[in-house]
Design a binder for this molecule. Structure first.
Ligand SMILES: Nc1ncnc2c1ncn2[C@@H]1O[C@H](COP(=O)(O)OP(=O)(O)OP(=O)(O)O)[C@@H](O)[C@H]1O
Length: 605
């Protein structure tokens, strides 16, 4: 018994550290790029940490008021030392430039590698999520979640590795140097640095993050609404509902702006608080240095060292508040993307699943029970059915009686909760999904075409098929006629989802696809909207050709199309209430099929 448990990932709260770990694990997978980045950052920062030492010594040299007499050679020695310090400062500056260049080049490669890897993985996961997940997710919102998350990785990498990592290094480095040089001052600085770190983390996680999360949820809602309205533009137009949709977007955008402003407001407060704290840190440290000098416990060189060091720290920490907010914003932006990785795929291949081998195409449903995850009542309870190999079977009955559901279960788009579905005696739960679906050609009610050429669309199941095979499939599907009349023939782009083709043309392209894949089992979900009679004839003719020597299930809405099939199953509330040929079923005037046929012939005059 399998569970369909892949719920769309909405509102799942991941911890800050979970998201950070997600990125860091991927950094480590690119050790050379990471080493180049961190090496460069380390070198440049080290050069900066050493700068106050040299500057302090330089000031010490030039502030020696009683210069030794030239005869003693002391002046020359002082000048020599001062010039050495000047050269040292130049060298440190150059090391800083080289280190930064190396880190920028390293991080560019690292970020792009991680972004590509996450994009690939996210797409692979989304593609494999259950049909239910897709039915419950807005395409626009999913696209937004993924793209926003990918770019957040770039920002996060830059902020953490190029900005915050050197800042931490400077804080720790200067504190250590000061602890050695002037232990009391070093201790004060250490305490203030620890307090600063605690304050920054608290502000990021507790103060700003919750509001940023809400802002992102509204951003996704906005993406979903845009995607939905644009996808359903034909419906919007037909009801003249453009204004209604615009008002809807306007109201969602207003809430998004409110929530986002609040999040930015808190971000600004947080940054201001951190900036004020660093100012306080500077005043305290310089004040203490001056006090020490006054008491004779420190020389001008020491004061110059503290001054330069504090300016250095101030320079590094000036934007730390913004950066911490940026990290937290990036983490929030990635939460929904990382959430996709925490969502279980719906239908999975069983352990040791083998490819399905179809010899005849016999189908059996054995005591099947099935309920959609979002429904409370099952559609099928202990449902059993045998379909002989090579037979052409129509599934008819009222709307919602479970015909399409049966075809979905046969493709294992959902797992049954009880019982088994067998093809040539093999339980489809134990074969690979890919092999199963490759053996079943589907001509859906509303075939979806990619915005690619007609040839590519026909060859979707057999991308290596030669042009002759594609054209032959199109001929068999009665699609060749209309395709060759198009200006670019088989190279015509069909528009998003195939909007540039008529319903009948799209169906014939889908039939051509089925011819090319040459699958032994065919499911034909008849379009509910009636085609014009010429188009209908062409589709029927193509279907009749496709049906030979295959097991065929036709979900039929127009009963005239099923008369000649081998078997007709009449569905009602997830049960088969009649089973026979057109002739046998019509022989029973009280029967459901007879009633449906009479009803339809009355409707169609
Ligand atoms: N993804 C889904 N999630 C939840 N319920 C669903 C889903 N798809 C279909 N249903 C419900 O399952 C029932 C059977 O639907 P199904 O599509 O199998 O009917 P059908 O006989 O093919 O109808 P039609 O002739 O209108 O295509 C309906 O009540 C429908 O609302």
């Amino acid at each position: 018994m399998a569970e369909v448990n892949s719920k769309p990932h909405k509102g799942m709260k991941l911890s800050f550290t979970e998201v950070l770990r997600f990125v860091m694990v991927r950094w480590v997978q690119h050790p050379a790029m990471l080493a180049r980045t961190l090496g460069g950052v380390g070198l440049a920062t080290l050069a900066d940490i050493c700068t106050p030492l040299l500057a302090g010594r330089l000031v010490g040299d030039i502030s020696t008021t009683v210069l030794p007499s030239p005869a003693e050679g002391g002046r020359a020695a002082l000048l020599h030392d001062a010039l050495l310090m000047v050269s040292g400062l130049l060298v440190l500056g150059l090391v800083g430039v080289m280190g930064r260049r190396s880190s920028y080049l390293g991080i560019s490669k690292l970020s792009l590698a991680v972004m590509r890897q996450v994009l690939d993985d996210a797409f692979a996961r989304v593609q494999r999520f259950s049909s239910d997940w897709h039915a419950n997710s807005f395409a626009g919102s999913v696209v937004r979640r993924v793209t926003r998350g990918i770019w957040a990785i770039d920002t996060l990498d830059d902020t953490l590795l190029l900005l915050i990592a050197p800042e931490l290094l400077v804080l720790v480095g200067t504190t250590l140097v000061l602890l050695v040089r002037a232990p009391l001052l070093g201790l004060v600085l250490a305490v203030m640095v620890v307090l600063f770190a605690c304050l920054s983390i608290w502000l990021a996680l507790r103060y700003v993050a919750p509001t940023a999360r809400v802002s992102n949820e509204w951003d996704s809602k906005m993406g979903a609404l845009l995607g939905d309205a644009i996808t359903c533009n034909a419906v919007v137009k037909s009801f003249g509902a453009e204004q209604r949709e615009e008002q809807h977007l306007h109201s969602v955008a207003r809430t998004w702006a409110e929530k986002t402003y609040y999040s930015w407001y808190r971000g600004t407060n947080s940054a201001n608080l951190q900036a004020s704290y660093t100012l306080l840190m500077r005043v305290v440290m310089i004040g203490l240095a001056v006090l020490f000098w006054w008491r004779g416990a420190a020389g001008p060189g020491d004061v110059a060292y503290v001054l330069t060091m504090m300016f250095l720290i101030q320079g590094y920490l000036r934007d730390l508040g913004q950066q911490v907010s940026q990290v937290q914003r990036s983490v929030n932006e990635m939460e929904e993307l990382v959430g996709l990785f925490a969502t279980a795929p719906g239908v999975q291949d069983a352990e040791g699943a083998v490819p399905l081998v179809v010899t005849d195409g016999a189908i059996e449903l054995r005591d099947v029970s099935f309920c959609y995850p979002s429904q409370s009542t099952p559609i099928y309870r202990d449902f059993s059915l045998k379909i002989a190999a090579g037979s052409r079977v129509a599934l008819v009955g009222a709307s919602g009686s479970g015909k399409t559901t049966l075809t979905r279960l046969l493709q294992r788009l959902y797992d049954v909760q009880n019982g088994a579905i067998l093809i040539d005696g093999q339980d489809i739960a134990h074969v690979t999904q890919q092999s199963l679906r490759r053996q079943i050609a589907l001509v859906p009610q509303e075939p979806m075409l990619f915005h690619r050429t007609l040839a590519e669309n026909i060859a979707y199941g057999q991308p290596d098929a030669p042009r002759e095979a594609i054209e032959e499939a199109a001929r068999l599907a009665n699609a060749d006629g209309f395709i060759t009349q198009l200006p670019d023939g088989y190279d015509t782009l069909v528009g998003e989802r195939g909007v540039k083709l008529s319903g009948g043309e799209r169906q014939r392209v889908a039939i051509a696809r089925a011819f090319l894949t040459n699958a032994p089992i065919v499911i034909f979900d008849e379009a509910t909207a009636s085609l014009d009679s010429e188009s209908e004839r062409l589709v029927q003719e193509a279907m009749a050709r496709l049906m030979t020597e295959r097991t065929v299930l036709v979900v039929a809405h127009r009963l005239a199309t099923v008369r000649d099939l081998d078997r007709i199953l009449v569905f009602e509330g997830g049960q088969i209430i009649e089973d026979g040929t057109h002739t046998t079923l019509m022989a029973c005037p009280e029967g459901a099929y007879h009633r449906l046929v009479t009803l339809q012939s009355l409707e169609h005059g």
